[in-house]
Design a protein around this ligand. Structure first.
Ligand SMILES: *Cc1c(COP(=O)(O)O)cnc(C)c1O
Length: 361
């Protein structure tokens, strides 16, 4: 068996310790004689798994008691609809469009009410985060929506927008648990777990309780109401049980390595290794504006499409996997999520140096 350094944007690398533990428990979870995959979601054993996962997440993020933690399905995409269906009480919301995920969320919201785009960075193919210090926030806006880390473009909000008192809703799919957060600054934080936490199929939503009401868009299905899931502690129907179990293991791993302060230090170190090299490189250029750079997704190009393709191919052959950039940016993207080791990033930088030596003009 040999494992590669996996730089995929998602589904993405998970801590090896977690995978090994899951493998060891595959046939017999804690003496139950069955896999977590085969177990009733109403069993005492699973109840303990989901309760512990929630508590560990609460400990890691310091989630206040007046916030619910929901384990949902349907990917981040379903939240693009569930958010306006549940939270647009006045029928108005403001969107900051910093990439295609934010744009999709904005477009989806316009099906349920007045969705304003109050800032955008589309003029430069989303390679920066606009100044959000004094935006034309709608007086009637129920919330201001951001995509906090733009997975495709490698940009990240380093300062939260001034929402002028309105509720902030954030898609954190690709920066979930990458650094400490002040949950109280948000009304809702959500993300698909397949980037930085666990296997695809689970969405975690952290929502302030007062936002979870029966007052929803007319016709909203029972399954798409936050209240349904909040009232049932995420067990209204069969949850993505195995995925939640792996997420729980990742939370324990994060606690063990020292929590979000420590993981932030590691993430900053990895990002600095890569950006410092890129800033000096004669061959590679980072695509995101310097002040908007993501700690999670690092985008870069050589300026020559054929050379980019050769880089991706030869890197793959050298055990550095998943470096092809998203088609809307081109070039390369190194996703360096929590579970990517410093050694993995060092190996990538070493490979890039050698590639540069070979190909510089
Ligand atoms: C991947 C991603 C999405 C889409 O997630 P799905 O689970 O495939 O719907 C949305 N937002 C962000 C920030 C992402 O990185």
């Amino acid at each position: 068996m040999s494992r590669v350094y996996n730089f995929s944007a998602g589904p993405a690398v998970l801590p090896e310790e977690v995978l090994k533990e899951a493998a060891a428990e595959m046939l017999d979870y804690e003496g139950t004689g069955m896999s977590v995959m085969e177990m009733s979601h109403r069993s005492k054993t699973f109840e303990k798994i989901i309760k512990e996962a929630e508590q560990d997440l609460r400990d890691l993020m310091g989630i206040p008691d007046n916030y619910k933690v929901l384990f949902l399905q349907g990917g981040a995409h379903l939240q693009f609809a569930m958010i306006p269906m549940n939270l647009m009480k006045n029928g108005v919301a403001d969107y900051i469009v910093t990439g295609s995920w934010a744009k999709k969320a904005w477009k989806e919201a316009s099906k349920y009410g007045k969705a304003n785009c109050i800032a955008s960075s589309e003029d430069k193919n989303f390679n920066y985060i606009p100044d959000c210090g004094d935006l034309p926030v709608d007086e009637d806006a129920d919330y201001v929506y951001i995509c906090q880390n733009n997975t495709i473009y490698g940009t990240q909000f380093h300062t939260l927008p001034n929402t002028k008192g309105k509720t902030l809703v954030a898609d954190v799919s690709s920066c979930f648990l990458s650094e400490p957060v002040d949950v109280e600054k948000y009304g809702m934080i959500y993300g698909g777990v397949q980037k930085n936490i666990g296997p695809a199929g689970v969405v975690i939503a952290i929502i302030r309780e007062d936002l979870i009401t029966e007052e929803v868009h007319p016709g909203t299905p029972t399954m798409l109401q936050y209240k349904t899931h909040a009232d049932a502690d995420s067990l209204y129907n069969t949850p993505p049980a195995y995925g939640i179990y792996i997420c729980g293991k990742v939370f324990k791993w994060l606690k063990k390595v020292g929590g979000l302060e420590e993981i932030k230090k590691r993430n900053e170190k990895k990002a600095a290794l890569l950006y410092d090299f890129l800033d000096k490189s004669a061959l590679f250029t980072p695509t995101a504006e310097k002040t908007s750079r993501s700690y999670m997704n690092v985008d870069f190009v050589t300026g020559d499409k054929e050379l980019d393709a050769e880089f991706v191919k030869t890197a793959e052959a050298a055990g550095l996997s998943g470096l092809k950039g998203h088609r809307s940016v081109g070039g390369m993207r190194a996703s360096i999520y929590n579970a990517m080791s410093v050694e993995g990033v060092e190996a990538l930088v070493k490979f890039m140096k050698e590639f540069e030596e070979k190909h510089r003009k």
